[in-house]
Design a binder for this molecule. Sequence first.
Ligand SMILES: [Zn+2]
Ligand SMILES: [Zn+2]
Length: 69
Amino acid sequence: MCGFDSRASYGIEGVVDVHHVLPLNQRGEGITALEDLVVGCPTCHRPLHTQKPVLTPEQLRQRRLAPFL
Ligand SMILES: [Zn+2]
Ligand SMILES: [Zn+2]
């Protein structure tokens, strides 16, 4: 979502959250499509779930007031 690179920031690889663009309860049974998933850092991921319905990454970008470091 934001290009966060945990290795560059912390020297730790793979600190990412996977977000389902479609809430799980709106998807039928079956396999999750790759395009339904976005990868972001926890800092970007958590705010999506503070709103109901959950924000999309695009909405989060539009709300962003300050650039990420
Ligand atoms: Zn999520
Ligand atoms: Zn992020």
